[in-house]
Design a protein around this ligand. Structure first.
Ligand SMILES: [Cu+2]
Length: 160
């Protein structure tokens, strides 16, 4: 009997670990799921960085991301990318970012993003930036942006 119980415990434990790994970095507010907020490491002395995440709306009505505040950053704006005369440009969304019911909106390099301006802290790989997202209906939620490796040149160096 005993080995069987141990095996069961082990299976449960493995499952718990796997589940934690998948959902470790997510936040929930009302019917909104905030998935994996992250930022990309910037070179020393950089003034701006991008903030990325996905928002899933599991509810029955649309909501809007209206405001983002991030510690150590003077200002955060919600931007969209548009192509004007073949040139990618970005601009702040005047009325926030709409998330329709049953949909997931992804903020990622080259698309919607949060523009972090006036960096007062180093945005280096492994750092964590505490932030707050405010939604029209769901209200506010505290999140953490994980800073990941620099990789490719940030979109903002070519836009604007
Ligand atoms: Cu931007």
């Amino acid at each position: 009997m005993r080995p069987l119980i141990r095996l069961g415990a082990l299976v449960l434990l493995s499952f718990a670990v796997a589940t934690t790994a998948v959902y470790a970095h997510g936040f929930t507010v009302g019917s909104l799921k905030i998935i994996h907020p992250w930022s990309r490491a910037t070179p020393n002395g950089a003034e701006v960085a991008g903030g990325y995440l996905a928002i899933e709306n599991t509810g029955q009505e649309a909501d809007r991301l209206l405001e983002v505040v991030v510690e150590g950053v003077s200002r955060a704006e919600i931007h969209e990318m548009t192509t004007v005369d073949g040139v990618m440009k970005m601009r702040p969304l005047a009325n926030g970012l709409e998330i329709l019911p049953g949909k997931t909106v992804e903020l990622k390099p080259g698309g919607f993003h949060i523009m972090l301006m006036g960096l007062k802290v180093p945005v280096t790989e492994g750092a964590k930036l505490a932030g707050k997202l405010r939604f029209e209906k769901a209200g506010s939620v505290d999140v953490i942006f994980n800073v990941e490796a620099a990789g490719a040149v940030h979109d903002h160096s070519t836009a604007n």
